[in-house]
Design a protein around this ligand. Structure first.
Ligand code: ZN
Length: 151
């Protein structure tokens, strides 16, 4: 890891009920210039064999001391996004941010840990994350192309 920092959101204040308005969710961002190191760290955080991870350009993992699983989550799961310097693209960053946002959305806006949304928001939401990454990247590209954003 060559760098790390934190970002945070108070997105919960936009809920209709505003019961969770004071919640500030933090996401840790770890930057790697070694893709293998990133893959190994991501696999370790997910409790998986690094060999099974394939090529990982970016990764997002939910980590806690006691586990983030049934019957309910720890009150403060640690959200970690790992990014590789070889692919610091809008597409990848938006993709990984969506993974993190899905966890935050589930924690602060769903009816409960047993919600059927858990399978999607904490599980396989790759299609959602790719869609957000693609749409965001394509909009940014068009904004540059049309001169609305300048380097
Ligand atoms: Zn993904």
């Amino acid at each position: 890891m060559i760098d790390h920092f934190r970002v945070a959101t108070r997105a919960a204040e936009y809920t209709r009920e505003a019961q969770t308005a004071s919640i500030r969710r933090t996401v840790y961002v770890h930057i790697y210039d070694d893709q293998t190191e990133l893959r190994n760290a991501h696999a370790r955080a997910r409790g998986k064999d690094p060999e099974s991870m394939g090529e990982v350009a970016g990764g997002m993992a939910t980590q806690t001391t006691h586990g983030f699983h049934w019957p309910r989550p720890d009150p403060g799961p640690v959200l970690v996004i790992r990014l590789w310097t070889g692919q610091l693209t809008t597409r990848t960053i938006a993709h990984e941010a969506t993974h993190a946002a899905a966890v935050i959305f589930f924690l602060d806006h769903m009816a409960g840990w047993d919600s059927r949304a858990r399978r999607v928001l904490l599980g396989d939401n790759e299609a959602l994350c790719y869609a957000v990454g693609d749409i965001t990247a394509d909009i940014i590209q068009q904004l540059y192309k049309r001169g609305h954003i300048r380097n």
